[in-house]
Design a protein around this ligand. Structure first.
Ligand SMILES: CC(C)(COP(=O)(O)OP(=O)(O)OC[C@H]1O[C@@H](n2cnc3c(N)ncnc32)[C@H](O)[C@@H]1OP(=O)(O)O)[C@@H](O)C(=O)NCCC(=O)NCCS
Length: 134
């Protein structure tokens, strides 16, 4: 397993397949992608998991985190987020947060993030805000 920086354009196929298969590909490109940091997990040279980090001063937001369906539940996402958290800490980031799909809340709790607001809806999906402070 290898974790590498990738270009935002390389995240689009997995974002689309896993997160928004019913939307056009253009929906998977978000403002700030050109300035953000994008990470990919490769297994035998195949990109199987992506996550993007958007920084604002000492805060970092996770967006568009997804593992290809046939690779989910194997610990890949956990390894990627742990890697990202270590990098953010050494970069001086003080707060790591995301709008989490409620379906993934348990995943983030296992990594130490806590829910800090009520649930809300975006494009028909239930979300909550989650964060961890360093
Ligand atoms: C959420 C996601 C990125 C995690 O990646 P992953 O590679 O499957 O993560 P892991 O295999 O490291 O999962 C670790 C643990 O979390 C659990 N887990 C994974 N997805 C979960 C979810 N949606 N809700 C609760 N637990 C989850 C796994 O079963 C595993 O538990 P275990 O250690 O007891 O076996 C991936 O499941 C995914 O792409 N889901 C669909 C898209 C999505 O919801 N993205 C997040 C948007 S906020």
């Amino acid at each position: 397993m290898e974790i590498r920086s990738i270009k935002w354009q390389d995240t689009l196929t997995i974002r689309h397949k896993v997160l928004w298969p019913d939307k056009p590909m253009s929906f998977c490109h978000v403002d700030g992608d050109a300035q953000a940091q994008h990470f990919g997990v490769f297994l035998d040279k195949r990109l199987v998991c992506v996550a993007s980090i958007y920084k604002d001063n000492r805060e970092a937001r996770l967006r568009k985190f997804a593992t290809l369906a046939c690779y989910q539940g194997q610990g890949i996402g956990t390894k990627l987020i742990k890697h990202i958290i270590e990098q953010l800490k050494s970069d001086g980031i003080k707060r790591f947060w995301c709008d989490a799909r409620v379906s993934a809340q348990g995943f983030y709790e296992a990594l130490g993030l806590e829910k800090y607001n009520d649930e809300f809806n975006k494009s028909g999906i239930a979300y909550c805000k989650m964060q961890i402070r360093f």
